[in-house]
Design a protein around this ligand. Structure first.
Ligand code: SDX
Length: 428
């Protein structure tokens, strides 16, 4: 079998190497094509472009497979904790008991944020979107840790920056929710694990003892694990792109948060819930009308469709099942769940969605669970970001360790060709 591709341009053949991954995925390496032929390749939206070689996450969109470092997402979601998955993504292996203890100890001891960071919060108007606040807060960390500005310092310094960011993320996310409610901020408590601490800072209050519900802790762990990485999606590619200029970690992750915010990406989880509420309140629950309008391109069905999955998103499958279980366990009955299921059924049986291979994605059911756990809708994408953080960081770390080239795509220019400059008095 040939391990070369031949491309003919203007009658001249060019031999291009073929790269094969461990799951037998193949790519034609065009990195020397322009130097050899003057041609570049064109692929708007990078639909068919591999931007890196990575050891972290494998997904097969046709078969609906997702694995972190070789482990099936179904096993990780069922059997591991979010901190174990963080370790797996960052260092390549699930931790043994001692490694996990040490990892969690470090995380626990970096959860406090500088008191002056609270003052940054004060300038946000009431009602400002949590994602805007999160993006600013993460970027602002670079001012509090000037050492982090040089990402080339040494591996120990980089690891400290990474641990600080992972540890402070729940503190910052909880501060955002508290600010939204006008409630006092709670300081992290070292007696709690990562997820429980987040829930305590978010849902606890200064005037009474917080008692964590194990069902909620489990649900939160599962949600965070399911969001933890998804190879070269829009926000991760942004993090890698920004980081490739040797921008510091906080700046790179702040950019990733910005990218995730968009409604075509992570922002879709907020849109899904608002869409379901709109269907309940304005469309009188008529899902057929909604599907018809989506087919006419009058509205988008948020939580449906995916660039890579042309089959069920395995995360959506897990979340659909969890949604029933979690709502039953915590005794919440939400009519939006029935609307979501009806809508899914109607779309999955419609030729438009069948032909285009549009299935529910990770954002379709997550919002109903977040809502049942007590999060306001505007916080949903922050929760996605909290889950995605170890993935972003692992991808950033991998890129930096390989010292990848600066990201800099080319283009095909279609503007005016050279023309003479006209003095202003002579322009019409
Ligand atoms: C995430 O990439 C990742 O890995 C992302 C993510 C992660 O973990 O990081 O999985 C998280 O971002 C999930 C996606 C969340 N977004 C939404 O739920 C928003 C709704 N979905 C779409 O906007 C869309 O499906 C995308 C953005 C997710 C994918 O876009 P593509 O690959 O560019 O596909 P497309 O927009 O070109 O769609 C192909 C066709 C088009 O119709 P035609 O032009 O062929 O007639 O399908 C239609 C689209 O109009 N279509 C939809 C639709 N999604 C696609 N029609 C109605 N409703 C939809 N949701």
């Amino acid at each position: 079998m040939s391990d070369k591709a031949i491309i003919n341009l203007e009658g001249k053949p060019y031999e291009l190497p073929v790269i094969t991954g461990t799951e037998n995925e193949k790519a034609v390496d065009i990195s020397k094509l322009r130097a050899q032929s003057g041609y570049i390749t064109f692929d708007e939206g990078y639909k068919n472009t591999g931007a890196t070689i990575s050891n972290i996450t494998f997904l097969d969109g046709e078969k609906g497979i997702l694995r972190y470092r070789g482990y099936n997402i179904e096993d990780l979601a069922e059997k591991s904790s979010f901190t174990e998955v963080m370790h797996l993504l960052l260092y390549g292996e699930l931790p043994d008991a001692d490694q996990l203890k040490a990892f969690e100890y470090t995380l626990t001891h970096h959860t406090l944020v500088h008191e002056n960071l609270k003052k940054v919060f004060e300038v946000f108007p009431t009602g400002s979107h949590p994602m805007g606040q999160l993006m600013t807060m993460i970027a602002a960390l670079s001012s509090f840790y000037p050492d982090s500005l040089n990402p080339n310092k040494n591996p120990e310094a980089t690891n400290l920056t990474i641990m600080r960011l992972l540890a402070k993320m729940p503190t910052i996310a909880a501060m955002i929710q508290k600010k939204g409610k006008g409630h006092p901020v709670l300081y992290p408590q070292n007696k709690y694990d990562y997820v429980t601490n987040f829930l305590y800072m978010t849902f606890g209050n200064v005037s009474e003892e917080y008692v964590a519900d194990p069902v909620v802790v489990d649900a939160m762990n599962k949600l965070l694990i399911l969001h933890a990485d998804h190879e070269q999606n829009c926000s991760t590619s942004t993090v890698r792109m920004v980081g490739s200029s040797h921008a510091n970690l906080y700046a790179s992750i702040g950019a990733g948060v910005a990218s995730l915010w968009g409604p075509r990406h992570g922002g879709a989880n907020q849109e899904v819930l608002e869409m379901l509420e709109f269907i309940r309140d304005n469309d009188k629950g008529d899902v057929k009308k909604v599907v018809a309008e989506a087919k006419d391109k009058k509205r988008l069905l948020f939580g449906f469709g995916h660039r890579v999955y042309k089959n069920f998103d395995p995360r959506a499958k897990i979340l659909k099942k969890s949604c029933d279980e979690i709502l039953a366990k915590i005794g919440v009955s939400d009519p939006l769940l029935a609307i979501a299921k009806e809508l899914e059924e109607a779309a999955l049986n419609d030729p438009y969605f069948i032909e285009r291979k549009l299935y529910p994605n990770v954002d379709f059911y997550s919002g109903i669970i977040y809502k049942a756990l007590g999060f306001p809708t505007s916080m949903f994408t922050v929760l996605f970001a909290m889950g995605r953080l170890p993935g972003w960081i692992s991808q950033w770390k991998e890129m930096r360790e390989k010292n990848e080239d600066i990201g800099r795509p080319r283009q095909i220019y279609t503007g005016p060709v050279q023309r003479p400059f006209v003095e202003i008095a002579k322009r019409k």
